[in-house]
Design a protein around this ligand. Structure first.
Ligand SMILES: Nc1ncnc2c1ncn2[C@@H]1O[C@H](COP(=O)(O)OP(=O)(O)OP(=O)(O)O)[C@@H](O)[C@H]1O
Length: 323
């Protein structure tokens, strides 16, 4: 099939390195500001993540960037289209996989793909070859005659991804795509995303999984609609405004209660038999600071360890993902 986007390519922002750029993007729902003055640039052919807990504004931001929701204020340009004015023009150039499975459960896998391909205006010949290609790429050939509603979570997710890319969009939005699938399926799903990215697709994915966020080329940490930080996962970890001390001791629960009261301690979280303590970066000797506390006896073992993305999240927002 000739790429559906071939003809549209002329209209894309060919000269710009960005697939998405937004300035001071804001969306209010009455008194609540779901997305607040969001500045964002997403490089073409990269995977960009929105990392944040429930209610942090990920879905609202995605809906603003797809043109489905009108901003209260701010500027957005997506693939050369100014939103919300050019939302209709943008629609054919993007794919959007929503948080909830949104295909027809009482249609078969193949019927769902045929239906979606008709919406995107694929000819009968294009449909045939594209659907067969997608069934094979997403390991759904065996299930092509199965009702979508009877498939496993992983299979549904693969079908939803196949449907979202049926028209070969240049930009793909994925809203918490792996929340209903097991780690093995998540890994395979991410392999598919890297393949798509390698073939030229820009991907914006929202997640609350740290391991998933760590796979992104760049990500934004969102809290209460505000972007607290954005960079590559590695840079975020390198430039974290805190140091991480791991404490091994027998009375972890009591130690946690005592250390968390220190003004230099941002957070203390138990991980198995250890306590992970985030100490303000300004503190010159965090181990000495903790060792001075009466709750720690001589047998406690303390060590500075490499930060994780979860540590970055906690130090940026002052809270964990599960608050
Ligand atoms: N249509 C709406 N009307 C009123 N409030 C809304 C609407 N859509 C979202 N909100 C509110 O905006 C805030 C952000 O919600 P949003 O769904 O964008 O967050 P999220 O990070 O995607 O959360 P989750 O991970 O639970 O999907 C929430 O407080 C939510 O209740």
């Amino acid at each position: 099939m000739n790429d559906l986007n071939d003809g549209q390519e002329k209209n894309l922002n060919v000269g710009s390195p960005f697939a998405i750029s937004a300035q001071k993007l804001t969306r209010k729902f009455s008194e609540l500001t779901a997305v607040s003055a969001l500045d964002l640039t997403v490089d073409k052919q990269t995977i960009y993540g929105f990392l944040g807990p429930n209610g942090s504004g990920k879905t609202t931001a995605i809906r603003l960037l797809t043109g489905l929701l009108i901003p209260t204020s701010g500027q957005v340009n997506v693939l050369g289209c100014h939103l919300p004015q050019e939302a209709n023009k943008l629609r054919m150039k993007i794919g959007y996989m929503t948080q909830k499975f949104s295909l027809y459960e009482d249609l078969t896998v193949k019927e769902n793909l045929q239906f979606i391909s008709r919406i995107y205006g694929l000819t009968a010949n294009q449909q045939k070859s594209r659907i067969s290609e997608l069934l094979s790429t997403h390991q759904l050939t065996q299930q092509s005659r199965q009702l979508a509603g009877s498939m496993s979570g992983g299979q549904k997710q693969r079908l939803a991804l196949a449907a979202a890319v049926i028209h070969k969009p240049k930009l793909l939005f994925l809203d918490e795509p792996t929340s209903a699938v097991d780690p093995q399926n998540r890994r395979e799903f991410w392999e598919q995303l890297f393949d798509l990215c390698d073939q030229g697709t820009t991907i914006l994915v929202s997640t609350h999984y740290m391991d998933e966020a760590e796979r992104c080329h760049k990500l934004a940490i969102l809290e209460n609609g505000i972007k607290r930080a954005d960079d590559s996962p590695q840079n975020l970890m390198n430039n974290m405004p805190a140091q991480v001390v791991e404490v091994g001791a027998s009375n972890i629960r009591q130690i946690k209660e005592c250390l968390i009261k220190l003004p230099q301690v941002i957070s203390a979280a138990q991980l198995g038999t250890h306590l992970r303590v985030l100490v303000n970066k300004e503190e010159s000797n965090p181990i000495a600071l903790l060792q001075r506390q009466p709750c720690l006896n001589d047998t406690a073992k303390l060590a500075i360890v490499r930060p994780s993305l979860e540590d970055v999240f906690v130090s940026c927002t002052g809270q964990g993902m599960t608050q």
